[in-house]
Design a protein around this ligand. Structure first.
Ligand SMILES: Cc1cc2nc3c(=O)[nH]c(=O)nc-3n(C[C@H](O)[C@H](O)[C@H](O)COP(=O)(O)OP(=O)(O)OC[C@H]3O[C@@H](n4cnc5c(N)ncnc54)[C@H](O)[C@@H]3O)c2cc1C
Length: 395
């Protein structure tokens, strides 16, 4: 028996009549485009090949006018609103499309530039971010400044028409593929904590920058240490105000914290459907007791995914009315990170001992999934923000 994609989507994602493709030409158009253009094969496990596939896919999206639907039309977007974006990510998930390669550019730097960037920087970088012609990485964390980012020590000073940057960043995702790093630096040497920082865009391919990949528990060198030793960037490459980098970073964090959960709830629901199929097929691998508890976990996670989806839908509807998610991004990030970890564990469990074999998709997913509760701010930090800033609880 074949299942049509619209039956499939409403059974996976939930019965949202108002979001059905027949009511939304945008959704219908993108679904048809994906049917003709999505690669239809999973991302390879090998990291270099995975990156290349994502880069090629982003170019295909760009050529089709689909790389950044919410971006302005003059830089290759469609000027679409939040509700269309919500549908866009759902369609990508249902088509099992790869991620785009330039996520730090599309999800973090690009939107931040649109809010506080100079016209020169917008014209210089936005089209290249969207087309994946130039790849960006995020240089915020330092060896002793992760959650406590305000303690960072990488510094930059103006030398004529250039910034000169010295210091070290760490955990910089996919820095080895990047053309530019957006680096949060201390630019006022007498400043402390949240004052006197600037966000600078620094070219990576120069003698003053050394990228040293770090291998993760999954076996992938997904992130890197990045050393700045007299690295140079044009004076005009400051994003937002000079010495006002903390405000710029907070704008960027709002995009970062909301992004992954917003773009991923439907990928998670698709993955849960696959896990349910694996669970049915693995009845003889798991004991009856293990199988029952795994089914309960599956149901629990599915409910949490649906909660995330409802929250995202509400955010999209409010976004249409001009409301920003603000600190609510921490709720999305917390839900997303813990779901990412728990789904990876569940996927491994249903495969029994085979799910732990090195070099297999479930074991890779299990180990890489641990990072979900750490990057873009740990779950503890998100809970602090929710408690103090959203609920008004005492510190
Ligand atoms: C897969 C992955 C990709 C990443 N990519 C990037 C990237 O591209 N660019 C980048 O700049 N960074 C990146 N990071 C770094 C990430 O942002 C930091 O790891 C994170 O902010 C935590 O900082 P830390 O590692 O220094 O841990 P620490 O801040 O030292 O925290 C250690 C532990 O203490 C807890 N803790 C710390 N302070 C508090 C507090 N006030 N209250 C309660 N608990 C607290 C934390 O929750 C954590 O459990 C990445 C991390 C991972 C795992």
């Amino acid at each position: 028996m074949t299942t049509s994609i619209s039956t499939l989507s409403s059974s996976i994602l939930g019965p949202e009549i108002s979001l059905a493709p027949e009511n939304h030409p945008f959704r219908q158009e993108f679904r048809s485009w994906l049917a003709a253009n999505a690669p239809g094969v999973p991302e390879p496990l090998d990291q270099d090949k995975r990156f290349e596939m994502r880069r090629a896919w982003q170019r295909t999206l760009f050529d089709g006018g689909w790389a950044g639907p919410a971006w302005p039309e003059d830089v290759g977007g469609r000027g679409a609103g939040p509700l269309h974006q919500f549908m866009y990510y759902e369609e990508l998930a249902l088509a099992r499309a790869p991620y785009a390669a330039n996520t730090p550019g599309i999800a973090l730097l690009g939107p931040t530039l649109m809010v506080v960037g100079s016209d020169e920087l917008k014209a210089r970088f936005l089209p290249a971010i969207l087309s994946a012609e130039e790849i960006f990485c995020q240089g915020f964390s330092e060896p002793n400044s992760g959650s406590d980012l305000a303690s960072l020590r990488t510094r930059a000073r103006l030398d004529g028409e250039e910034w000169v940057i010295d210091g070290q960043k760490i955990w910089t995702t996919w820095a080895q593929y990047a053309d530019f790093c957006f680096v949060l630096c201390r630019t006022d040497p007498s400043s402390e904590r949240h004052r006197g920082m600037t966000l600078l865009v620094c070219p990576v391919d120069q003698p003053g920058v050394t990228v040293r990949p770090i291998t993760q528990i999954s076996g992938d060198p997904e992130f890197a240490e990045v050393f700045f030793d007299g690295a140079r960037a044009p004076a005009s490459y400051a994003v937002g105000g000079v010495d006002d980098g903390w405000s710029t970073a907070m704008i960027l964090f709002q995009f970062e914290r909301a992004d992954q959960g917003f773009t991923d709830h439907s990928r998670m629901l698709v993955e849960l459907q696959d896990i349910a199929a694996d669970l049915r097929a693995s009845a003889n691998v798991l004991s009856a007791q293990a199988s029952a508890s795994t089914r309960r976990t599956l149901a629990d996670i599915w409910i949490r995914c649906q909660q995330l989806r409802r929250f995202n839908l509400r955010t999209a509807v409010r976004g249409e009315a001009g409301e920003s998610i603000g600190m609510g991004g921490s709720i999305v990030n917390l839900f997303w990170g813990e779901l990412e970890r728990d789904i990876a564990e569940l996927a491994s469990t249903v495969h029994g001992p085979r799910g732990l074999l090195a070099g297999t998709e479930p074991s890779h997913r299990l180990l890489a999934g641990r990072g979900g509760t750490i990057h873009s701010g740990t779950s503890e930090i998100q809970r602090n923000i929710i408690a103090e800033r959203l609920l008004g609880l005492p510190r």
